[in-house]
Design a binder for this molecule. Structure first.
Ligand code: KIV
Ligand code: ZN
Length: 533
């Protein structure tokens, strides 16, 4: 009979630690809800002690999801464990995840601690965590480079003090599958009461072996695997959840394991991560890349037509890649639109659907056929009207190779007053963003700007992703239009609305570079600004 492997998702902790993947509170809650829909067993929501923002998001996720266990990471220190417990205690199923490095390298150079002292720390802190919470995981950081007999001692103490999950990470992604299998088998054979705990794997991908190592660990006896969506994480990342899950599912004949993952939710989860963070999925990425199910060569296409099993080991539908035949255009009504949204897996409120349908109709005036990719881009760029302080009313941009670009933009504030201004710059996007900044009178710096075509056609929608920052933080925005200047302005306004809605905002006296340049601009340009109506 197939045995279950538990999926511990650390996208919001180890994944979020990676540069470019940080998320704000609202984004983390949305991601956690999607992870729940995906069917993960445990969500590691963050590292509560690491910042007030992390604490707040672990606490919010603990209340936002019901079925999965919610874990917070903690060093083997009382203050960390207290913070972790305070953040997860309202979860339906809370877990404290305590860790301490056990390799001689880490003990000597990082912790400056003897082996004996480390064992004492484990005893003291796992016992303390257990006095607060029933579900305790203990991780031996750098386990794969730890002397095996010492590793067994550390694990034995953690179990004796109440840990019910023992995680043995390959922290630096150094090990090979046979070494991982050996470590798991050794611990299983030499630790007293090992059956009282679930053994877990946590493999990093520095040598590209994270998924292979995880599978080897499962075959040797691990029954929990720690992983992230698309394999994001420290340095080269963690083991990719979708790869582990689909390997176990597709090769159940070989491995004999199953998971609780709703595999049809995989593509949507990866898309949410990418649209939230603005980091594109590599087209060749296994399972979720754009090319994962594309068959370009004639020989492959011929084989696929004769029998899809010739070149397809799993179906696109099984991971939630839906290819529908219904192409929408300007004559499509709301009924067809609604049906298509449902096929794409979006469960929209009436209000959201009406707003999107209006946007869809506007897009149809400029673009003949609206594909699934276009619709997904439109849905994902849609703003929540409740948090939309500023909205684009109209714009005119003049640009050419022998002139300075100028932008004249009108923005609506709180759906009431319209404000208009003019700005110039060395290019049309620069002039437009400067003009928006003048209107809203709040300085920001542009940290990142990405423009991509949603589809390959000449009349493709342009999708712009921006990151802006002020002294309170970094905010992302997305805009979609057949006009790339409009998409840029929309993306900028989307980020600005998030910035202005950030309640933790306290505009201090610190002068950022952005603020200074803004104030210089204001001195020059303020007289141009007009308030209409
Ligand atoms: O890689 C690692 O060792 C970790 C632990 C803290 C679990 O992330
Ligand atoms: Zn890690």
């Amino acid at each position: 009979m197939a045995e279950r492997v538990y999926i511990f998702d650390t996208t919001l902790r180890d994944g979020e630690q990676a540069p470019g993947y940080s998320m704000n509170l609202e984004e983390k809650i949305r991601m956690a809800r999607q992870l729940e829909a995906l069917g993960v067993d445990i969500i590691e929501a963050g590292f509560a002690i690491s910042s007030p923002g992390d604490f707040e998001s672990v606490e919010a996720i603990a209340s936002a999801v019901e079925r999965p266990v919610v874990a917070s990471l903690a060093r083997a220190l009382k203050k960390d464990i207290d913070a972790a417990w305070n953040a997860v205690k309202n979860a339906k199923h809370p877990r404290i995840h305590v860790f301490l490095a056990t390799s001689d390298l880490h003990l000597e150079y990082k912790l400056k601690m003897s082996r004996e002292e480390a064992l004492e720390r484990i005893r003291e802190n796992v016992s303390y965590a257990k006095s607060l919470c029933d579900d305790i995981e203990f991780s031996c950081e750098d386990a794969s480079r730890t002397d095996l007999d010492y590793l067994c001692k550390a694990v034995e103490i953690a179990i004796e003090c109440g840990a019910t999950t023992i995680n043995l990470p390959d922290t630096v992604g150094y090990s090979t599958p046979s070494e991982i299998a050996n470590m798991i088998s050794y611990v299983k054979q030499h630790v007293k009461d090992i059956d009282k705990a679930v053994l877990s794997m946590h493999n990093h991908n520095d040598l590209g072996l994270a998924v292979a190592n995880t599978i080897a660990g499962i075959e040797a006896g691990a029954r929990q695997v720690e992983c992230t969506i698309c394999g994001i994480g420290e340095r080269a990342g963690n083991a990719a959840l979708e790869e582990i899950v689909m390997a176990l599912k597709t090769r159940q004949d070989k491995f004999g394991f199953y998971t609780g993952i709703v595999t049809e939710e995989i593509a949507r989860t990866a898309r949410l991560l990418s649209s939230t963070t603005g980091v594109k999925i590599n087209p060749s990425k296994a399972i979720v890349g754009d090319n994962a199910f594309a068959h370009e060569s004639g020989i492959h296409q011929h084989g696929m037509m004769a029998n899809s099993l010739t070149y397809e080991i799993m179906t696109p539908e099984s991971v939630g890649v839906v290819k529908t035949n219904l192409v929408l255009g300007k004559h499509s009504g709301q009924h067809a639109f609604s049906k298509k949204m449902a096929e794409l897996g979006y469960n929209l409120t009436k209000e959201r659907e009406d707003a999107l349908f209006a946007e869809f109709k506007r897009t149809c005036d400029r673009k003949k056929n609206i594909t699934d990719k276009d619709l997904i881009a439109l849905v994902e760029a849609q703003e929540n009207p409740a948090t939309q302080t500023w909205a684009l009313d109209s714009f005119v941009v003049n640009s050419g190779n022998k002139m300075t670009s100028t932008a004249c933009i009108s923005l609506k504030k709180n759906n009431e007053k319209i404000y208009q201004d003019v700005a110039s710059g060395t290019g049309p996007v620069y002039a437009s963003l400067r003009c928006v900044e003048k209107i809203i009178r709040h300085p920001f710096a542009l940290e990142e700007y990405q423009l991509t075509a949603v589809t390959e056609d000449r009349d493709a929608l342009g999708e712009v992703f921006v990151k802006i920052s002020d002294q309170s933080g970094v905010y992302r925005g997305r805009g979609v239009s057949t006009d790339i200047i409009e998409a840029s302005i929309l993306a900028c306004i989307n980020a600005i609305n998030k910035m202005l809605n950030d309640e933790s905002k306290s505009i201090g006296s610190r002068e950022t570079a952005a603020q200074m340049s803004f104030e210089n601009d204001m001195l020059r340009d303020h007289t141009d600004q007009k308030e209409l109506n």
